[in-house]
Design a protein around this ligand. Sequence first.
Ligand code: GLU
Length: 441
Amino acid sequence: MTTTRFAPSPTGHIHVGNLRTALMNYLIARKAGGTFILRIDDTDPERSKEEYVDTIKEDLDWLGLHWDRLERQSDRLDRYADAADALRHTGRFYEAFETPIELDLKRKKQLNMGKPPVYDRAAMALSEDERQALRVERGQGVWRFKLNHARIEWTDGILGDVSIDAASVSDPVLIRQDGQVLYTLASVVDDTEMGVTDVVRGSDHVTNTATQIQIIEALGGNVPRFAHHSLLTGPQGEALSKRLGTLSLRDLREQGVAPIALLSLMARIGSSDPVELETDMGNLIEGFEPSKFGAAPTKFDVEDLFPLTARYLQGLDFAAVVDRVAEVGVPPAKAGAFWNVTRDNITTLADLDKWWDLMSNGADPLIDEEDAAFISEAMAMLPDAPFDESTWGVWTARVKEATGRKGRALFMPLRKALTGQSHGPDMGALMPLLQVVKARE
Ligand code: GLU
C-alpha cells in the first residue's frame, strides 16, 4: 500500500517550503488511497519544542491536510538503538574521535590539494587499544556509517535518473558523541519500519538520499521511491531561505489567505500545469503527478495568493460566510445584502471590516478641486438616510438634470465623495447599506 510521510522537525513554524513537501506527500497518498503519516522528527531535544508540534498540527488542520497516523521519533529511540546495533554487526559502523577542529583542518588540506573534502576514514585504521585510549582521553566517539564506494543510483520521481559517486561523500555520522541518534539513521529506520513507499522532499536532501539508500540496504529494508522537488525562490529568483521566516503558514493565515488558494498554488507551481483556483481538493488529488514538476528552482510570489483568495471568496454563497459577516457586526437583516455588495470588492475577509466601517461610519470623502462645487450642489439634493434601492438612480437623475453632467463625470465624483475611493461595489446596491455620508457634513 502506498504510504508517504511528512516529517517536519519541530524547531520552528512551518512555512511555504515545508508546505510544498507536505502537500506533495499528502496528494500522493490520497491519490493512491494510501496512508499519509505525520512524523515529528524530534530527536534533537534542545531544538525541538512542544509548541511547534502543536502549531504544525494546527497549520495542517487549517489546510485540511489530515494525517492518518502520527509518529514521533522521540518515542522510538530504542528502535534506533537496535538499528545501530544491527549496523555494528554488519561491520560497516565505526567509531571516530576527531574533533570538529581536526576535521576542519583535514578538509582545508584536502581542498588545498584540489581534492574533494571527504572524510579520510582515519578512524578505521585505529587498533582497539588506540580506540580505548582515545575514549579515555576524549570520551565517546561519533559513529559513522561506512559507505560502499560504488555509484548510488535511483530513478527519481522528479529528477529522473540520478547517479552519485559514494566516494565523493563522507561516511555519514549517525550517532553523535553524546549518543544522540541523528536524522539520517532515525529517518531510515522509520521509513523502513513504517512501510513508507514514497518519499518526496526538497532537493537539498539528494545527498542524504544517496547515503540513506545504502543504509536501508545494509539494514535489509526496502528502498522507497524518491522524488526531490526543487527549492523555492522569491519572484526574482532570489534565495528564499532568509525570508521563509516571514512566510510561515501562520502568517499567511493571519493575512487572510484562504487555505484552498494556498493549496491551489502550491500544488501547481513548478509544474507544467497552469496555476488556477481549484476549489475541489478531489481535483487537486486527481491531477497531481510528480513527473510534471521540473528540477529548476521554483519561483514563489506571496502576492499570487491574494487574487486566488479573492476569486475563491467571490464564489462563496452567503451561507458559507454567515458567521464571519455576523462577527463584523452587520445586523442579520442586512447581512445577505452586505455580502452580495462586498464579495466582489474584497481581497480577504478582513476587508469586510473596512466595508462595514465605511457603511456605518461614513467614508472620508475624496473630492477633486474641480468637483467641489458640483459635489456640494449634489449633496444638497441627496435625501436623508436611510436610503433604499432606488436612491442612487433617482438622485443621480436629479443631479444630472440640475448640473448637466453625465456619464463618468457625473458618477465618479459622486462615488468618490460617498466612498472615498474610485473603485467599489455597484452604487445602487451600496446605498441601502450606507448609513452616514460625511461629504454632506
Ligand atoms: N526532518 C527532516 C527535515 O525537515 C525530514 C526530511 C525527510 O523528509 O526525510 O528536513
